[in-house]
Design a protein around this ligand. Structure first.
Ligand SMILES: Cc1ncc(COP(=O)(O)O)c(C=O)c1O
Length: 364
């Protein structure tokens, strides 16, 4: 058997007619930049998430940049975040000249350990970026408590992997001052290239983000802020409009796949660490990631059996060369370091059959 990790071609075939039609509508109108499909998607995203404002943009990375620009993050500001995430979370902080300050992760959820944040807060701390890793939101309740004690602190949720997840019944896009997501093709809700979105319930922030996305422009050729070219293409919005119609079902199917994996793998749980989902949360299951001691060997053996795996992420950010100037060293964040040595993602998509799941689990 050969297993497809994300089944992107399968998904396209499933919705081909609708997607082709949506793309052709854009081609016929040639409204490639900020066409009506963009507004349509933003309204659809608002309805889906229950947020007051959804603003599309060019990628999940640019969504983080726009979020911090909207919050006026300046050189020398400090932003607290997790070292166990995709580079974009911390890279964008550094890109704006601010300083990423890392805090170790929780051993079960792999998200930032909120109980360790307070000791890192200084006068320069402006915001916290909490990443909803593998699809599951961080402990938002604890973050909200922290915000009561430190009301000036802003909270950004990097929801690149978690569109549609919830915490205490609210979608992840509703949490924090600004929440972001990515429509990178392999994300739970992906487009056919790059795309992303920001969510906020603040009229003021939404207005500013919309300007920042188009070169800080308040009206044509009048620039209130230093902004960027950060729009999402109309064609990509048209694709997501179609996929969003089916997304509730996709999320439910991902949940079913995760449950089946966990049921089959529970018997091996002495050798494996299975994913943990907080009872207050639901995950969008961007990844189903387990921990094994002998990862290289397991990956090689699975590959021989036609089972692809991936590692998200093999090196925590505090040990990355590009952040050596921050002065962190091995041993600073022992949990992130241990998890990055052991973590391994299994094929995950809404369309994995029972047979495929059993094949993966029995070979594992
Ligand atoms: C946690 C996290 N943040 C940010 C990003 C960046 O998103 P994009 O690839 O759309 O720029 C990703 C995408 O891989 C991600 O996983």
């Amino acid at each position: 058997m050969r297993i497809d990790f994300a089944k992107l071609q399968y998904q396209y075939q499933l919705y081909k007619e609708e997607i082709d039609q949506a793309i052709h509508n854009v081609l016929d109108k040639s409204n490639y930049i900020m066409g009506e499909e963009v507004k349509e998607l933003e309204e659809n995203l608002q309805n889906f998430t229950g947020t007051k404002h959804a603003i599309t943009c060019s990628s999940g990375t640019d969504a983080l940049l726009l979020a911090m620009m909207a919050l006026d993050i300046k050189p020398d500001d400090e932003i607290i975040t997790t070292p166990f995430t995709f580079i974009a979370t911390a890279e964008t902080i550094a890109f704006l000249g601010a300083k990423p300050v890392f805090v170790d992760i929780d051993e079960k959820s792999y998200n930032i350990d909120v109980s360790k944040i307070e000791e890192k807060i200084t006068e320069k701390t402006k915001a916290i970026i909490a990443v909803s890793l593998y699809g599951q939101p961080s402990d938002i309740e604890a973050l909200e408590q922290l915000k009561i004690k430190h009301p000036k602190l802003k909270i950004i949720i990097d929801g690149a992997q978690s569109f549609g997840s919830t915490f205490k019944g609210k979608t992840d896009s509703n949490l924090g001052d600004i929440s972001t997501t990515s429509f990178f093709p392999a994300k739970p809700l992906g487009c056919f290239g790059d795309g992303g979105a920001l969510f906020t319930n603040s009229d003021e922030l939404a207005g500013k983000i919309k300007m920042l996305r188009v070169h800080g422009q308040s009206k044509r050729y009048h620039h209130k802020y230093i902004g960027m070219g950060g729009r999402m293409d109309t064609i990509q919005c048209a694709v997501v409009n179609v996929k969003l119609k089916h997304y509730e079902k996709d999320l439910a199917l991902r949940q079913e796949v995760a449950v089946k994996y966990s049921e089959e793998l529970r018997v091996k749980s002495e050798e494996l660490v299975l994913p943990f989902v907080d009872e207050r949360a639901t995950s969008a299951w961007a990844q189903y990631s387990i921990r094994v001691q002998n990862r290289d060997e397991v990956q090689a053996r699975l590959k021989e059996k036609g089972i692809p795996t991936a590692v998200h992420y093999p090196m925590p950010l505090h040990l990355q060369e590009c952040f050596s100037y921050l002065g962190y060293k091995k041993g600073d964040f022992p949990i992130a370091e241990r998890v990055s040595n052991e973590i391994m993602s299994l094929p995950m998509n809404p369309y994995l059959s029972d047979e495929e799941i059993s094949y993966i689990c029995s070979n594992l």
